[in-house]
Write a protein that binds this ligand. Sequence first.
Ligand code: URA
Length: 218
Amino acid sequence: MPTPHEPTHDCPLCPRLAEFRTQNAAKFPDFHNGPVPSFGSPDARLLIVGLAPGLKGANRTARPFTGDYAGDLLYPTLEKFGFSKGEFKASPDDGLELIDCRITNAVRCVPPQNKPIGAEVVACRPFFAAEIAAMPKLEVVLALGGLAHKAILATLGYKQSALKFIHAASYEVANGERNIMLANSYHCSRYNTNTGRLTSEMFEDVFTLIRDHLDGLD
Ligand code: URA
């Protein structure tokens, strides 16, 4: 479900990403090749924030973390912790539903080499801020990686130095009138899992923290 403030399919705010989109549309005409919308209901209490769509993953399928390696750890973990139902088949028509969880990206368009630059994170921030504003029941924001953590801090009005990105750390942060939890995890990228920086146990530790927190609020 979209928020009221969404980027257009041909969003021109980031010249480098718009140029990359044009190149990809010529090369891969069947791909989505546009800003990837968030997945899950805005009524969810958990918002998971990734970095940016993968070229042949979300940029192809139009669903975050879907169609490349990045979803292979995330979606089974969500199921294990009761945040999804249905089978994840790495395709937007797999019928998978998120439960009390929404997934977005700090940058909505695929960047070259999977690396958005600072100006692109800043340009995309209004869309990210609109995501947060559109979630009335938001209790936990999970940053997948340091860049997502920084994007969240900036959006909530914190200095970049205010809270350190540390795997499995959690902080209480102000979201307007309400306090919410900001949780950190290393990004579930192929690089991080292949190098052992992030194991499935380490990822599950973060979801245990989040699940316990949400269940404690009931
Ligand atoms: N796919 C996404 O949608 N986000 C990421 O951060 C990585 C892959």
